[in-house]
Design a protein around this ligand. Structure first.
Ligand code: SF4
Length: 160
C-alpha cells in the first residue's frame, strides 16, 4: 500500500478506487502539477530518497532519522499527518525504529512534527483493512459532492 493511497482514503473513497484501478487522469490536474513542482524544487538540494515496500520517500534524512514531506497546500490537513504516520510505520516494520516526521508547508512557512504512537499503529491497521474493502468493490464508490471536487483530477469523470 502506498502513501498516496492512504492520502486518497482520507480525501475520497472514489478517488482511491479510481486511482488504484489505474484510471489515471492525474496529468489533467494543475494542482497535482503544482504540488509536484513545489515538492521537487523545495528540497532539491538535500534529497535523500529511500524506497521500501510500496513506499518511496523523497526526503529521508538518515542523520536525524527524519522523514520530510512537503505539502503545497495552504492549509494543514489530517490526511498529511496520517500519510507520514504510515511512512513511519512502514519503516518501523522494516526494522528502522525511532523515525520522526516533519511536514513542511512552504506556502504557510510552517512545519508540523509527526510521531507514531501505539494507538496510531492500531488505527493504521484498521485503515489498511478499510482500504482493502473499498478496493475489493466491483464498482467505484459514489461521488461525494464536496467543494474540492472542482479541483480534482477526476472531476470530468465524476460530474460531466
Ligand atoms: S471529483 Fe470528487 S467524487 Fe470524484 S474522485 Fe474527485 S473528490 Fe472524489
Amino acid at each position: 500500500m502506498t502513501g498516496t493511497q492512504i492520502s486518497y482514503f482520507f480525501h475520497c473513497y472514489r478517488h482511491l478506487w479510481l486511482f488504484t484501478h489505474k484510471i489515471d487522469m492525474e496529468h489533467n490536474s494543475d494542482l497535482v502539477a503544482m504540488g509536484k513542482f513545489i515538492s521537487e524544487s523545495t528540497y532539491e538540494r538535500k534529497k535523500h530518497e529511500i524506497a521500501i515496500d510500496d513506499i518511496v520517500l523523497d526526503n529521508y534524512d538518515y542523520k536525524t532519522n527524519t522523514i520530510h514531506e512537503v505539502k503545497k497546500s495552504d492549509k494543514m490537513e489530517e490526511t498529511h499527518v496520517w500519510q507520514v504516520k504510515y511512512y513511519i510505520s512502514v519503516l518501523k516494520t522494516n526494522g528502522i525504529e525511532g523515525v520522526k516526521g516533519k511536514i513542511d508547508y512552504p506556502k504557510l512557512r510552517q512545519t508540523v512534527d509527526v510521531e507514531l504512537t501505539e494507538k496510531d499503529e492500531e488505527e493504521i491497521f484498521n485503515i489498511k483493512n478499510r482500504i482493502k474493502e473499498i478496493l475489493d468493490q466491483e464498482k467505484p464508490p459514489a461521488v461525494i459532492n464536496k467543494p474540492f471536487c472542482k479541483s480534482c483530477a477526476y472531476f470530468d469523470l465524476c460530474y460531466v
